[in-house]
Design a protein around this ligand. Structure first.
Ligand code: GDP
Ligand code: IMO
Ligand code: MG
Length: 431
């Protein structure tokens, strides 16, 4: 029977999913992205070189791993071609990549509309990545969108494109934006079809084949994080997909019973890029210290990330709704040198203690974090290879997170490089 591992973000994205996926991908036969698109920015580092991926799965560096961009993604073919070229320029030439024929396609006007919708929001803007992710998902669900498989049938694609462009050009004109020329778009997409065509296939069939094979290891790589989830996140300051393990069956085209081992990636503190409530946010010198030490600037947009203490209210909430069975606790090295470290255990809302994040941002913005404070540690832990070697206070911090969240820490990350990873859970060692 195959082994499966789901890697998902448990906070507001950028938790280190790329690093963890790459770490396990060294032994995985298949890596599957199942939601989101090139709004993701996943960093991978090994042999002293750093790589950044947006739509392409983080298993791409292992030539024997089959990488899949699943049907639940929104795929921008132009950006995939650019990303592939960037990888080749960096010497990554030997890889396997397939794209679902059922994945929704991000069209050039989606980014324009993303920007225009944001501009209309004034000071209530979401702070999207402006990649057109929201508008592309909207078109998918309004059933007017195009899909990657359409590219393989030029006549069918021509008709679908024509129908979509009649509506979209009208919308662009209404917003005062330039419209698109049908012939030019058609020609460009036929060129893209020639480049990507051989990779576009029924990926659900490929995944299901591997699922039923003995000894195959399949990794599902989430993008974004649970607090950016369209259903469970800080709505409306969220992305347009569900970054949960619950998305895997739909977004990869498999049955739900295959999903049982979910690694929740969490920073040892919290960050958020873009707007929206963030209860443990820090505005003092500690935030600057963490930002600089952790290089907390967006991989996609370069925006400085907002910084806060570890939020166990969020961790408990996301572990329950996403079925997280263990944590990958990341950027632990960044906390070295702090006199004290804090963990938010509860919120106080209008004089009452609350255990889970309220559903509206008006209430969440009023939540005041209740902290426990633990003594920090000074030692540089970035070279440490086992849990036992950690300073006692660092061990205490990990144990406290396990105790408060009720979920064990299975992996500890003490630096961006693949080698700076400590496997704690025996279950994960088997993967
Ligand atoms: P993702 O979107 O979840 O894949 O995360 P990003 O790649 O956007 O952001 C995580 C950042 O932290 C990247 O710059 C990583 O190279 C870096 N990183 C990951 N793990 C560690 C760690 O344990 N320590 C340090 N210092 N940096 C890390
Ligand atoms: P990874 O996979 C962090 C945020 C944006 C914005 C909101 C909506 O690297 O963790 P969108 O463009 O998706 O409509 O933006 O979601 N966001 C992310 N923040 N990491 C990401 O991906 C993100 N993807 C989207 O900043 O607040
Ligand atoms: Mg990222």
């Amino acid at each position: 029977m195959s082994q499966r591992l789901v890697v998902i973000g448990s906070q507001w994205g950028d938790e280190g999913k790329g690093k963890i996926t790459d770490f396990f991908a060294c032994r995985a036969d298949m890596v599957v992205r199942f939601q989101g698109g090139n709004n993701a920015g996943h960093s991978v580092m090994f042999n002293g070189k750093k790589y950044s991926l947006q739509s392409i799965p983080s298993g791409i560096f292992n030539p024997s791993t089959v990488n899949i961009m699943g049907n639940g993604m929104v795929v921008n073919p132009e950006s995939v071609v650019v990303e592939l070229q960037k990888l080749r320029d960096q010497g990554i030439t030997d890889f396997q990549l397939f794209i679902s024929d059922r994945a929704a396609m991000v069209m050039p006007w989606h980014a324009d509309l993303d920007g225009a919708y944001e501009a209309q929001k004034g000071n209530k803007l979401i702070g999207t990545t402006k990649k057109g992710i929201g508008p592309a998902y909207c078109d998918k669900y309004s059933r007017s969108g195009l899909r990657m498989g359409d590219l393989l049938e030029p006549d069918y694609f021509a008709q679908r494109l024509h129908d979509a462009m009649v509506i979209k050009n009208r919308e662009l004109e209404m917003l005062g934006l330039p419209s698109y020329d049908y012939q030019k778009v058609y020609k460009r997409f036929m060129d893209l079809a020639e480049i990507l065509g051989p990779r576009i296939t029924d990926t659900s069939y490929l995944i299901n084949k591997y699922l039923r094979e003995e000894d195959k290891k399949i990794l599902f790589e989430g993008a974004q994080g649970m607090m950016l989830c369209i259903d469970h996140g800080t709505y409306p300051y969220v992305t347009s997909s569900t970054p949960s393990a619950a998305s895997v069956p739909v977004g990869a085209g498999i049955a739900p019973q295959w999903i049982n081992n979910v690694l929740g990636v969490a920073k040892a503190y919290c960050t958020r890029v873009g707007e929206g409530p963030f209860p443990t946010e820090l505005f003092d010198e500690i935030a600057n210290e963490i930002r600089e030490r952790g290089h907390e600037y967006g991989t996609v947009t370069g925006r400085p990330r907002r910084i806060g203490w570890f939020d166990a209210v969020v961790a408990r909430y996301t572990s329950q709704i996403a079925g997280i069975s263990s944590w990958a606790l990341m950027l632990f090295d960044v906390l070295s040198g702090l006199k004290t470290v804090k963990i938010c255990t509860h919120y106080e809302l209008d004089g009452k203690i609350v255990e889970t994040p309220p559903s509206t941002i008006s209430k969440l913005s009023r939540c005041k974090p209740v902290y426990i404070e633990l003594p920090g540690w000074n030692e540089d832990i970035s070279g440490i290879k086992s849990f036992d070697e950690l300073p006692q206070n660092a061990k205490n911090y990990v144990r406290k997170i396990e105790e408060i969240t009720g979920v064990p820490v299975g992996v500890l990350s003490v630096g961006p490089d693949r080698s700076q990873t400590i496997l704690i859970s025996p279950l994960l060692q088997e993967f």
